[in-house]
Design a binder for this molecule. Structure first.
Ligand SMILES: [Fe+2]
Length: 346
């Protein structure tokens, strides 16, 4: 691939703070259910682009979620918004220099996502990583039940993955986006130790979380993402959303509770594609002052209170055991070129 499009840049200069979780791409056959879930339960602005594509808005960006028709029922891609062209080139250069192919999105793909300058490359667990510079502002005013969502510098929210290669994912985001480790949580689930690491790329406490069970070869989660998170502007909004999810009969996974590390108040419901959506409020923001003095701690337990399982079904648990057995035979998708320390054999 020609690198002539890249402006002169110093690839090792940090891009921390100049990258923000922009949008998520989901593939699903259940578009009717996704429409109702997003608009009527969560309270998002929904645009029906065609019979095969829905777009959700939380703010003035035309696209924060793209749900396109397809069989996967999963999160397919993460879109990262990059502040300027130089930073964009720097990230692309890092990926290319490590031998990982980068491809330019078509004008149609960029239009579907409501962005300019779309490029993509492979990511952990098969989640495609997309980069763009500028969102195209939406032409229409927001129509949604919620009064607002916190995005801006903090980005859309976060993505939480389960992995058998947490260090590989950590190194991937370290290499590509200069992620910083915010903290760890140690938890015990059904007698098994669970370790979660939280990575930030800007003022949001974490844009990516990676959970794994040390020593376990299996991954109990079918989907590439265990959950994705968005942040309500107010506590009233968050609780009204909780109420609507219950009233409309969508599945609730975990009741309202508060996390130990970022102190976010939240609940988890199940999206029509099976992965969970966490709706949160008021997490710690790493202001420049806090960033200076931040220390990486290991917190004991995911929550200080709440986050109790809601209607846990026997079938769910049996399904998870079956899924774990299936996944144990399938290697996890990794991107070795971007997941090994610089200079190490790949
Ligand atoms: Fe979360």
């Amino acid at each position: 691939m020609s690198l002539a499009f890249l402006t002169p840049t110093r690839p090792d200069e940090s891009v921390f703070g100049a990258v923000h979780l922009g949008y998520l791409v989901v593939e699903s056959q259940r578009l009717t259910s996704w429409h109702r879930f997003a608009a009527d339960a969560i309270g998002l602005h929904v645009d029906e682009l065609s019979a095969d594509a829905l777009r959700f808005r939380l703010d003035d960006h035309a696209c924060r979620f793209l749900v396109r028709r397809g069989p996967a029922e999963d999160l397919m891609a993460i879109g990262w918004q990059v502040d300027d062209h130089e930073t964009f080139d720097r990230i692309v250069r890092r990926v290319v220099d490590r031998g990982v192919p980068v491809a330019e999105g078509t004008p149609d793909e960029a239009a579907l996502r409501g962005v300019e300058r779309l490029w993509r490359f492979a990511g952990p667990k098969g989640i495609v990583q997309e980069l763009y510079t500028a969102p195209v502002p939406a032409a229409q005013p927001l129509r949604m039940l919620s009064s607002g969502w916190v995005t801006g510098e903090s980005g859309l929210g976060h993505v939480a993955l389960t992995s058998r290669d947490p260090l590989g994912i950590h190194r991937f985001y370290d290499t590509v986006l200069d992620s910083r480790l915010s903290d760890y949580i140690d938890e015990n689930v059904g007698g098994m130790p669970l370790k979660i690491r939280f990575l930030r790329v800007n003022e949001r406490h974490h844009s990516v979380a990676v959970a794994h069970v040390p020593g376990l070869r299996a991954d109990p989660v079918r989907t590439r993402a265990q959950h994705v998170n968005i942040q309500s502007a107010s506590l009233d909004d968050m609780l009204a959303t909780y109420q609507r999810v219950r009233e409309l009969g969508f599945r609730m996974a975990w009741s309202v509770g508060q996390h130990t590390n970022d102190r976010e108040l939240s609940f988890y419901c199940v999206t029509p594609s099976g992965f969970e959506l966490e709706v949160g409020w008021n997490p710690i923001v790493l202001t420049p002052e806090l960033e200076q003095s931040w220390q990486v701690l290991t917190h004991q337990g995911i929550s200080t209170w709440g986050h109790r399982p809601v209607d846990p079904g026997l079938l769910d648990r049996l399904g998870q055991i079956r899924q774990a057995a299936l996944n144990a035979r399938r290697p996890e998708i990794t991107v070795p070129g971007l997941s090994t320390p610089a200079g190490a054999p790949r």
